[in-house]
Design a protein around this ligand. Sequence first.
Ligand code: HEC
Length: 219
Amino acid sequence: MSTPSNQDPRLDQAAASDESLLASHEKLLGTQPDEKARYKLVPLTLLFFFSGLIFFAGTYLNRYSGLFDPHIYNENSLPTTGAAVAVKIDPLVLGKKQYEAVCITCHQATGLGQPGVFPPLAGSEWVNGSDDRLIRVVVYGLQGPIKVMGVDYNGAAMPAIGKVAGSGFNLSDEKIAAVLTYIRQQWGNSTAAITTEQVAAVRSKDGDRKAYTAAELLK
Ligand code: HEC
């Protein structure tokens, strides 16, 4: 423990007289801040304004909330009967989507292709003929000369679209089946649907391979 030096100001305070202490306290008490001035009440107008706002919000939610029912707020919500509902995807809807994403640039919206370069799908014997042959063309692609509805084409190659090595598209078997079903129902075509199982069967039989030629497919 150290003894305070003579310069310590506390020694001065200890020597202060009672009168001088009272005098300084009186001075301090006189300068106490006015409590009422520091804490002002919320103006009554604001109180009314917020009460009104809360009342309005409550009424609004009560009227328009729809009880926060998912059927009202979730556009993906499906009506349920309590049991789970299996979502059935329409192959024609899925097929149209694939056609517009992949095939349309070459075979066109009309399904007529482009003279001399892209053969037509409308009325084509390749589309409306053998199931497996059609699946092979689209899954693996096609190169070399081909005759479609009596017209020769050899201007370009058809890329592999299925889930096979070298395919830039890698469409699933389901999507291939859907797009083939779609082109078989468009532009006056009316041939039976292609199933996902048929596409899967061709793919597992043929494995990974390069594009077919028309000559190979006609054998
Ligand atoms: C990059 C252009 C291109 C794309 C994309 C394309 N094709 Fe082709 N398609 C061709 C060409 C070119 C041929 C002819 C190939 C040949 O000459 O050997 C062809 C041939 C075909 C044939 C056989 C001939 C006929 O006209 O019936 C079918 C069927 C076919 N395509 C369907 C499709 C489908 C379905 C898609 C989309 C999933 C598709 N094609 C995407 C260019 C394309």
